[in-house]
Design a protein. Structure first.
Length: 141
């Protein structure tokens, strides 16, 4: 389950690991779980004027609409336990991930990747892409 940073990165650049993750979801190699709060965060970031050089307002809206229509959309989690001391606003990601039973939270943010015992664990986009490649080579995708 990618965080907002990964989803935004995939929207503004068609190269790199975040884009590979979104393409893997579109190819049904993995399940993409989102909730209204995560979609609001992605929409908010993509709405920033400084991102216009990477993505138009129309493209940003279409991207978030695609996520809302095609991803596994869950309700915002009700029970949010403290996990991320550096930024408690990210705690909902772990509550959502646990409720949805996902294997990983995917993030490039150091305050998340440095968590030692999070449940589920945090992996970087590069680590998830490597895992997907490993599964492809083993024929598990």
């Amino acid at each position: 389950m990618p965080d907002a940073t990964v989803l935004v990165s995939a929207a503004i650049s068609r190269v790199g690991n975040p884009d590979r993750i979104v393409r893997a979801w579109q190819d049904a190699e993995l399940n993409l779980v989102v909730c209204p709060e995560l979609l609001r965060e992605v929409r908010s970031v993509l709405g920033r004027p400084r991102l216009r050089r990477y993505i138009s307002e129309v493209e940003a809206t279409e991207y978030v609409d695609l996520l809302a229509a095609a991803a596994d959309v869950r309700e915002d989690p009700l029970l949010v336990e403290p996990v991320v001391l550096a930024d408690p606003r990210d705690d909902y990601l772990f509550a959502l991930a646990r409720e949805a039973g996902v294997d990983f939270v995917v993030s490039g943010d150091k305050h998340l990747t440095s968590l030692q015992a999070s449940r589920p664990p945090v992996v970087t986009p590069a680590q998830l892409v490597a895992e997907l490649e490993r599964r492809r080579l083993q024929g598990n995708v």
